[in-house]
Design a protein. Structure first.
Length: 558
C-alpha cells in the first residue's frame, strides 16, 4: 500500500484559520520576536482582541507568495522590486494558555513537552550543557527557561525594516491604547538575514534549502495545492514527492486535526480526537535561541583540515571541504552527495536539483510532470554501490536520513520526524574570513512547527543529533548536537568518495550554545477569537463545539 493520496482525497486545509507562518513560512529578511507576559486577564484579552485582525493567515501568505513567484519569474528570476509584505503571528506557552482558559484546558493539549515547558528537565534531556550536573542549563538564558517562559511569543516579519517597525508598533501592548494592567514586553530581538550573504546562517552556509512538502488543498475547485507539484506520482509503496527531494507529508504531522502518516508504511492515519475542539488548526512551535561561536568553528576547520591534509588520503583537504562534510552541503547550499569535490553555486540555486539526492542509493533522473522545465544538467548523486559520499554524521543526514532506514524505522518513519523550520539569524556577521572572535553575540533564532514536539524536534535533537549511533552509525552531529559532557566526535570521509576511508574527528568544544527558548502553541485564528481572547471562554467554547466540522478523512490511494 502507498502513502500516496488520490488528488480527490486530499484534505482542504482551513487556510483562513491556520496561522500563515506554520505551513508556508513568512520567509522575510527581517523578523522580530517579542516575548510578552500577562498581568490582568481582562486587559490581556482586550489586547488580544485588538491585535487579532492583524494576524496573518495561510491564505494571505499563500497569495502573496504566489504573486511574488509570478513577478520574479516574469523578471527572469530577478528581484520583485516593490513587492513588500509584512506578517504577524502569535503563539502561547502552557502558562499563557492556562491563564486565558484554565490549567485543565492547557494541560489537555496533546504534547507532554509543551505541557511541561522548556525548563530545566527538558533542557537537560536535550543535552544542554551546565557547569555542574545539578545545575539548571537554562539559568543564564536571556529568554525563557525554568519558570520564566513568556506567556506569549509574537513573530513579526517584513521585507522592509520600516514596515516591520510600523507593524510592531501596532501589535505590541501599548499603555496609551490598551487598558490598565495590559501585558508587558519581557524580551525582544531582531532577526535579520545576513547583509553580506543573504539566506546564509552565521557559519556561512545557505539555510532553508530543504523543507518538506505538505499534502493539502487551498481550494478544491479549481484544485490548488498548498505545495506545488513538479513530479509524477511515485510507484506504489514508495514515498511520494512534490519536487525532487521534497516528500509530500500529510498535514496532521504539522497541524492538529488532520490525518498524519503511519510510521511503518506512510498510509494516512486519522487524527486522534482532540480534547478541546479549539485545538484544531493549531501547531506546536519550538523556539531555541542558539548562539554560534563562528570564529571557534572556523578555527577548528582550519586546524583540523591542516592536520588531516598531511595524510595522503586527505591530501589537499581545505577547511571549506571539511565544513561541507560536517554539514552535508557546501556554503552555497549545493549538496556534497552531488558535488563531493567542489562547491557549485548554480546547483545550489536550482530548486529542482538542489534537493535531488538520496543517501542510500544512486538518484534516478526525476520523472517530471509534462510542462515542467527540467533543471540544467548537474552531476548525479551516486550514493549507491560507490557510496556513501555524505558522512553519516553530517548535520543534514542526522536530521533527515531521507531514503536510508534509520535506527528506529523505514523511510516512512523519517517522514513523521520532519519539521517546518522558520529560523533566521540574529546579531551581526563576523567579518568574513576572520578567525578571531570579536566578542559580539550572534546566532540563530531556531523556530520550527510540528504536531508533536516530543516525536519531532526533541526526537531529532536527542535521539539523532546528540547520539553517535542514530539515524545511522557514524558519529554525533558535531555542529548542532548537544552533550552535557561536550564530547562529540564524527567520522568524516577521505577525499576520494567511494574509497571507504574515514577518519574520526573530535570536536574540542561546542560552537552552538542554547541561550534561550521555549515551547509554544500557535492556535487557530478562530480559537483566538472564540476562546482565548473571548471574555467568557466557557460559553465561547460551547459555541465553537456547535460549529465544529468533522476532520477530513482521506482514503489511501494509488
Ligand atoms: Fe539545521 N548549519 O549551518 O549547519 N541546518 N542548523 N537544525 N537543519 C540545515 O537544508 C544549522 C538546527 C535541520 O532536509 C542546513 O536548509 C545551524 C536544529 C533540518 O536535508 C544547514 C544550526 C535542528 C534541516 C543547517 C541548526 C535543525 C536542516 C542545510 C544552529 C532541529 C533540513 C540547509 C545554529 C532539531 C535537512 C537546508 C534536510 C538543515 C545548519 C540548527 C534541523 C546549513 C548552524 C536545532 C531538519
Amino acid at each position: 500500500m502507498s502513502h500516496r493520496l488520490n488528488p480527490q482525497d486530499e484534505p482542504v486545509l482551513d487556510v483562513d484559520d491556520i496561522q500563515g507562518n506554520i505551513l508556508l513560512g513568512f520567509n522575510k529578511d527581517h523578523q522580530r520576536l517579542i516575548g510578552v507576559s500577562f498581568h490582568e486577564m481582562p486587559s490581556a484579552k482586550a489586547w488580544l482582541r485588538r491585535i487579532l485582525p492583524h494576524i496573518s493567515s495561510t491564505r494571505e501568505v499563500f497569495h502573496f507568495n504566489t504573486l511574488f513567484r509570478l513577478a520574479r519569474s516574469r523578471r527572469g528570476g530577478g528581484e520583485a522590486v516593490g513587492l513588500i509584505a509584512s506578517w504577524f503571528n502569535i503563539a502561547f506557552s502552557r502558562d499563557g494558555i492556562a491563564k486565558l482558559t484554565s490549567a485543565a484546558q492547557a494541560d489537555d493539549l496533546p504534547d507532554t513537552a509543551f505541557v511541561n515547558g522548556l525548563g530545566k528537565d527538558r533542557s537537560i534531556a536535550l543535552g544542554d550543557f551546565a557547569p555542574l550536573p545539578a545545575d539548571d542549563p537554562t539559568s543564564n538564558w536571556v529568554v525563557g527557561g525554568t519558570g520564566r517562559a513568556p506567556d506569549v511569543l509574537l513573530i513579526i516579519a517584513s521585507d522592509s525594516p520600516a514596515q516591520l517597525d510600523e507593524l510592531t508598533r501596532v501589535v505590541i501592548p501599548n499603555e496609551a491604547v490598551d487598558s490598565p494592567g495590559a501585558p508587558s514586553i519581557v524580551w525582544q530581538e531582531l532577526g535579520e538575514t545576513r547583509p553580506d550573504l543573504p539566506g546564509h546562517e552565521h557559519f556561512g552556509f545557505k539555510d532553508g534549502v530543504s523543507q518538506p512538502g505538505v499534502y493539502g488543498l487551498i481550494s478544491k475547485r479549481p484544485r490548488v495545492f498548498l505545495t506545488p507539484r513538479f513530479l509524477k506520482p511515485s510507484a506504489a509503496g514508495e514515498v511520494n514527492f512534490a519536487k525532487p527531494g521534497q516528500p509530500l507529508i500529510l498535514p496532521g504531522n504539522f497541524v492538529l486535526g488532520y490525518p498524519s502518516n503511519n510510521r511503518n508504511d506512510g498510509t494516512p492515519v486519522d487524527p486522534p480526537p482532540l480534547r478541546q475542539p479549539w485545538f484544531r488548526n493549531g501547531s506546536f512551535l519550538v523556539f531555541r535561541r542558539l548562539n554560534q561561536n563562528v570564529a571557534g568553528f572556523h578555527q577548528f576547520l582550519a586546524a583540523q583540515a591542516a592536520i588531516l591534509a598531511q595524510r595522503p588520503e586527505f591530501s589537499g583537504l581545505r577547511p571549506e571541504r571539511l565544513g561541507a562534510q560536517l554539514v552535508g552541503r557546501w556554503p552555497s547550499g549545493a549538496p556534497i552527495s552531488r558535488v563531493p569535490d567542489r562547491d557549485d553555486p548554480a546547483l545550489a540555486r536550482a530548486p529542482l536539483a538542489n534537493n535531488d539526492f538520496f543517501f542510500g542509493k544512486d538518484t534516478p533522473a526525476p520523472d517530471l510532470l509534462p510542462g515542467v522545465t527540467p533543471p540544467a544538467v548537474f552531476p548525479a548523486a551516486l550514493e549507491g554501490a560507490n557510496g556513501p559520499v555524505c558522512p553519516h554524521a553530517a548535520h543534514i543526514l542526522k536530521v533527515n536520513p531521507r531514503d536510508l532506514a534509520s535506527d528506529v524505522g523505514p523511510d516512512f518513519d523519517t517522514l513523521t520526524r520532519r519539521i517546518l523550520r522558520r529560523g533566521i539569524p540574529f546579531g551581526q556577521p563576523l567579518k568574513p574570513g576572520s578567525l578571531v572572535d570579536d566578542g559580539a553575540e550572534r546566532g540563530l533564532h531556531f523556530l520550527c512547527y510540528q504536531s508533536s514536539i516530543e516525536q519531532q524536534f526533541e526526537f531529532l535533537q536527542q535521539r539523532w543529533m546528540n547520539s553517535a549511533g542514530g539515524p545511522a552509525s557514524g558519529g554525533h552531529d558535531i555542529i548542532v548536537g548537544q552533550r552535557p559532557d561536550l564530547h562529540r566526535e564524527a567520522e568524516i570521509r577521505a577525499i576520494h568518495p567511494g574509497d571507504r576511508l574515514s577518519e574520526k574527528i573530535t570536536a574540542p568544544t561546542q560552537w552552538v550554545t542554547p541561550t534561550g527558548g521555549g515551547y509554544f502553541f500557535a492556535p487557530s485564528i478562530s480559537a483566538l477569537s472564540t476562546v482565548l481572547a473571548a471574555d467568557s471562554p466557557v460559553s465561547a467554547l460551547t459555541a465553537s463545539r456547535k460549529k465544529r466540522r468533522p476532520a477530513a478523512r482521506p482514503t489511501p490511494g494509488g
